[in-house]
Design a protein around this ligand. Sequence first.
Ligand code: ARG
Length: 587
Amino acid sequence: MERFAQLAAQCLNTVLESPVQWTDLEFPPEPSLGDFAFPCFKLAKQLRKSPPQIAQSLLQQIQEKGTLPDGLEARTAGPYLNFIVSRQLVLQSLLQDILKGENRGNYGSIPAKTRGTWVLEYSSPNVAKPLNIYHLRPTALGAALDRIGRYRGYEVFSINHLGDWGKQYGMLTVAFRVFNKTIQSPLTMLELVDLYVKINALAEKDPTIEIEAKEAFLRLEKGDPEITALWKKCVDISLIEFDRNYKRLNVHFDHIWGESHYKDQLAPLLQDLKSRGILVESEGAWIVPVTDESGQELPPCLLQKSDGATIYATRDVAAAIYRFNQFHFDRMTYIVGAEQKLHFKQVFGVLRKMGLNWVDTCEHVPFGLYRFKDAKMSTRKGNFVTLDEVLTQAKDRVKTLMADRQKDHPQGENTKDSHEALEAVSEAVAVGAVVFHDLHTDPVRDVEFDLERVVDFEGETGPYLQYAHTRCLSILRKAHATGQAPETIEFDPALTQHLTTDVELHLVKSLGQFPIHLERTLKFSKASQLAHYLIDITHLFGTFYRECQVLGQTPELTRARLMLVEATRRILGQGLQLLGIPLPEKM
Ligand code: ARG
């Protein structure tokens, strides 16, 4: 449908003064109204006519000029000019496009690296703390945008900006001394966290700990070998733990460049800023007075403390410059919690003040928190629930649900193989459930987490979509096993005349909207856009399946409808995979 939306936009542009993009077109609420809608509200002021009059006059001009392409029809609906794609075009051309290529094909993809460079920073947890469920938000969203960006032709560079520098690492080295640990001590992540918690508790009673920690960090910044070795040990222990989690989520980064990666660039940066008068002294510390993009004054950005130490923001300014010099990006996106909005405005303010015009291509995508329905979880100290813990609970729940199903439909015996298969499927469904639930929530809203709802096999959940996908697979398997279809379903133009119902037409049109939703997902940095679309096509597939018998019809009708099952499998499978949802074969 992307192609047809482009044609509709081109046609509109033959009569509009300021051109529109195909992504500006909307979808009418009812498929019978049309496939794309051009809203005329914005033009009303400029043209001094009512939106319905404008829609009418645009239609007339298009008809007079004869610029409407074959297969597209235009109609007004009040203040909208709507475009309808012909049945012929949908069933012949669109369905063929969807079924092109092998396995999942590449419908809606754009050749790699043809659209510019996108630096995408996501996940970015702090070292020496386990991944909190809250970290799933930037990790799942970032990884989804990363995959979709590549699929849609961007050259993506993904960066994990670990929090691995700062006074707290000085604190950890003090903990080593106080609790008699050395560089040789075998330490797990849990023990490391425990050390950190204990030293902080001690620091509350003993102010000298804080002073020692500050000194230790200053020594670390100066490259002291002993402190550096301890610090590196903490980072390495954490990375092993993070990697285990990232593997579970199938997340990979091009670069794990923590804050420490920029440590040697900080002094020259501060020097440069001072010499240009951008960094000014204020009560012994060094700050940059900054404004936002509209010139509104913000609280100044602190870059160097009075003891000479750098801070979080200093590293971010250095990191942005370094990344631009490395990649000459066309866009840089930071997926970071909403509580850091001001921080990013200030960092961007410093870059703007430095005259770095590319700052206008940088954006902060904020996200909300997790809220638990389970009272035990929500009253946990600091609301600290690990990602691991949530995944494990989800997995247990999936196993219970699957065992209940097994009781209803016993299949085969209880062998070691079947036990392993159950483990693998439960893991896939649990990860799918938790990740989908996160992604289908608009990033800026909080995630309401209720385990039973998240893992439910019905409703708008990951397992529901995974199940619909396995349903497509099983229909195709059965068709093959009973000789009603070849092993791979290919597009056959002669069969499309058998697809005569509205629901079939509507299903193909909706499947064809896939690229449009991918594009919107990227434009707004919201994977919820794609997630909701996948829910919609799953519902539609359900209606199709109920109303249109697939197997056991005349051979032509069965084969024609199998093309729709195959098309649904492809789009649903590709969409879920781009979101990072595993695809079990059976559930
Ligand atoms: N490590 C930080 C935290 O956990 C997030 C880092 C975000 N990225 C950045 N470039 N500042 O709060």
